[in-house]
Design a binder for this molecule. Structure first.
Ligand code: TRP
Length: 460
């Protein structure tokens, strides 16, 4: 049977609690904000198809592997990897996987918090009826006014970081279950309402076609990497967030069922968001490739014209903030768990330390949208010619660090760990499902990640 280890941070009450927390982590800005804007920048349908493929053959198996390692180690990713490596008599360097993940989580949260700040700002902008009756132009200028002012972005970023660290300091289990149980379904329903609006926008067909019709001539090698990176990002994989959540999972819960449930819900939310946004983009003559501001430039047009739009708009952004909140806490949990385990800090103390450092780093993103909007550090590399500091941070973390983390998780789980250990921990027997899992993690993930990397660098 499984190991006797227990987590010093406690345990989820059951599988449902884990599914809720992991869904809370997975569903966030990645689905509603990032997925539509990168789909717009990378030409639509073909990009979406590659993304869906990556979710199915890489995302779900890696989620299972990550949860499995977490549950077996029952500690923060750094210590889990160290313990599991020692157990299998492997190099202690495996703990670097944990370190890299902690760094990735911290870098991602630094910009994630700034964008969540935009969503916070929009709670008040929509709620006050600011968008009522506005044309697309008016909506664009409200967005520009927000991001043009560093002080304002800094203020919202600060509020969001304080919200995040408050929950983290109390331990991620309290309160989180209820919040996810009620708010996620509400977000889902509101997306359906927006889809209904898009249906009547006059350009529904064009929007759906853009989202779902694969035209491979519009997809570059770099686009494939972005699609793969996003599969990791949206499922919170490759940096230990899901590993740490797995470390609180009771021994008898089915890892496969939980991983599939989380991935399916996450994917449905992203597609619903895309379906709401692209018809609006086309109905209003906007540019799908208009970048990170996409949802903030399109959805308010809908809210400005529908009955009760101020109310629905406010509700939508409130729910988006909650979705971002439940994701943000998982980005920093590995670091906080580690500070508690290895440095004997209290959770509160650890949260303050991690929060302040992340906040400071977030200023890079704040300035990327205004005073440093012309700073393009890597403009001599073609794919980065237009990348601000924020764009580079996003690229480095989502498209390089997460897939690399995923690759190492795959190698550890399916090459280094003896077959018996994974059979034991996954507890689904060693029939077809187990073999399929092992095949995907052992061969498909490492090979796919390597091919996509080499392809972007131009080696193949
Ligand atoms: N998955 C979240 C989203 O889509 C973001 C996120 C939370 C994340 N935890 C993570 C991304 C860990 C990568 C790794 O918004």
């Amino acid at each position: 049977m499984a190991t006797e280890r227990v987590s010093i941070h406690g345990q989820w009450s059951n599988r449902l609690a884990f599914v809720l927390a992991a869904t809370g982590s997975a569903v966030g800005l990645g689905n509603v904000w990032k997925f539509p804007y990168i789909t717009g920048e990378n030409g639509g349908g073909a990009f979406v198809l590659v993304y869906l493929l990556c979710i199915a053959v890489i995302g779900i198996p890696i989620m299972m592997a990550e949860v499995m390692l977490g549950r077996r180690g029952r500690q923060s990713p750094v210590n889990t990897m160290r313990t599991l490596a020692a157990e299998e008599k492997l190099s202690s360097h495996w703990q670097w996987l944990g370190w890299g993940g902690m760094l990735a989580g911290f870098l991602i949260l630094s910009y994630y918090s700034v964008i969540a700040g935009w969503a916070l700002a929009y709670v008040f902008r929509t709620g006050s009826g600011l968008f009522t009756g506005l044309t697309a132009d008016g909506v664009q200028s409200i967005f520009s006014n927000l991001v043009d002012e560093p002080e304002r972005l800094m203020a919202w970023h600060t509020i969001f970081m304080v919200m995040t660290m408050t929950v983290v300091s109390r331990g991620v289990r309290g309160g989180l279950e209820t919040a996810t149980r009620v708010l996620m379904p509400a977000l889902f329903v509101l997306l359906l309402v927006l889809d209904g609006y898009a249906w009547n926008s006059g350009a529904f067909k064009q929007g759906v076609e853009f989202l779902l019709w694969p035209d491979f001539s519009r997809l570059s090698a770099n686009g494939v990497l972005i699609a793969m990176g996003h599969a990791f990002f949206t499922l919170s994989l490759g940096m230990g967030a899901i590993m740490v959540y797995g470390s609180y999972l009771p021994d008898n819960a089915s890892i496969a069922k939980a991983s599939i449930a989380v991935s399916v819900m996450d994917t449905v939310v992203a597609l619903l968001a895309g379906l709401a946004i692209f018809p609006l983009v086309f109905a209003n003559g906007l540019e799908p490739a208009s970048g990170p501001g996409l949802i903030f430039r399109t959805l308010p047009i809908a809210f400005g014209h529908m009955d009760g739009g101020a109310f629905f708009g406010m509700l939508f952004f409130v729910l988006l903030v909650f979705a971002a909140w439940t994701s943000a806490i998982s980005l920093i949990e590995p670091a906080v768990a580690w500070l508690v385990e290895n440095h004997g800090l209290s959770r509160i103390h650890a949260s303050v330390v991690a929060g302040v450092v992340t906040w400071l780093f977030g200023l890079l993103t704040v300035f990327s949208f205004n005073i440093w909007s012309d700073v393009k550090l890597l403009s001599w590399i073609p794919i980065f010619h237009d990348h601000t500091v924020f764009d580079l941070l996003d690229y480095l973390t989502a498209n390089i660090m997460l897939p690399l983390g995923g690759l190492l998780i795959a190698v550890f789980a399916a090459w280094c760990m003896p077959r018996d250990s994974s059979v034991d921990e996954l507890a689904m027997g060693d029939g077809f499902s187990y073999r399929l899992w092992r095949f995907l993690v052992r061969y498909i993930t490492p090979v796919a990640v390597m091919i996509v990397f080499l392809n972007v660098i131009g080696i193949i």
